[in-house]
Design a protein around this ligand. Structure first.
Ligand SMILES: [Zn+2]
Length: 298
């Protein structure tokens, strides 16, 4: 269990998307190299977690200090495959077909999955479908909410204010459902994350009914649920409910540094919920990716 104060102080670090993993808890990997950091953990060590599936980190970003060569080297050292995701949207690198093609061709040279993490709704219109088909998967979160005035509310920011919790939850859940039902995505990232100011009320605000709504749409659209290592979401109850409903899961560190592939929360959740190979997401074969499925309105 993560203590409230620890969790809040962790969230307080989330000032920018670029820096928000600086103080993520030390993670761990299963059935792979653990000696370098096992000693830093007095709790259950990662080698005590046994899972029957290959561990993949589907949420790894590249950065100035963490380039593709370094990511691949780390992936080999950990014995964990990485999925590289880049953001799309104003202010990010992948703005058009030309940039996306360059990115895909660069990643084609390396043993990684090729992913994309769009930030804003209706993103897919910016690209030609054929190019998007070359990606292994698309991952998106619902943490950037549209405002009436055309601005965006970024709820991952530590300074996010919530005046009316009930109104916020309604708006947030509606936006979750919008992303899940309208966006052609394979993995839903940061599920059930709450702004730092109300994070301690997670168990009250996320009622079974609200959680089930998210799970039902994810399942209907065949979208996998990310278990997010640094934010430690979703919590076990959501995972158990989603597993019962037949959802798939994907581990993610949302890292852009050596934290990539370091899992502990994800492994704990997998063990507690009894996740096995059949519960885990694997990138869809050609023709079955979210962007290629007919039931997606894009
Ligand atoms: Zn990310």
């Amino acid at each position: 269990m993560i203590k409230r104060r620890q969790y809040i102080s962790h969230l307080a670090d989330l000032f920018t998307r670029r820096d928000f993993l600086k103080r993520a808890a030390i993670g761990a990997t299963a059935l792979s190299s653990i000696s370098d950091y096992a000693s830093a953990n007095s709790e259950k060590s990662s080698e005590q977690f046994k899972v029957d599936f290959p561990i993949v980190d589907y949420h790894v970003h590249l950065s100035g200090g963490f380039n593709i060569e370094r990511a691949v080297e780390l992936s080999k050292k950990r014995g964990i495959k990485f999925g590289i995701v880049e953001h799309h949207g104003p202010g990010y690198k992948i703005v058009n077909d030309e940039a996306l093609e360059k990115y895909i061709e660069m990643l084609d040279n390396y043993p990684v999955y090729k992913g994309l993490q769009p930030v804003y709704p209706n993103w897919s219109k910016a690209f030609s479908k054929k190019l998007l088909y070359r990606l292994d998967y698309i991952l998106m979160d619902a943490l950037t909410l549209p405002e009436k005035d055309g601005n965006w509310l970024r709820i991952w920011r530590a300074d996010t204010k919530v005046e009316d919790k009930e109104a916020f939850m309604k708006r947030y859940v509606d936006f979750n459902l919008q992303v899940l039902s309208s966006e052609p995505i394979d993995i839903f990232a940061w599920p059930t994350f709450l702004p730092a100011c109300i994070a301690d009320q997670y168990d009250v605000l996320w009622t079974d009914e609200l959680m089930q709504k998210i799970i039902d749409v994810a399942l209907k659209k065949d979208i996998a649920i990310e278990i997010n290592e640094p934010a430690r979401v979703p919590k076990i109850k959501f995972i158990q409910m989603a597993k019962k409903a037949g959802a798939k899961f994907a581990f993610g560190t949302d890292s852009r540094n050596d934290k990539a592939g370091k899992f502990k929360y994800c492994l704990q959740m997998a063990e507690q919920a009894g996740l096995t190979k059949k519960d885990m997401f694997v990138p869809k074969p050609e023709g079955k990716k979210a962007i290629q499925r007919k039931n997606i309105d894009s």
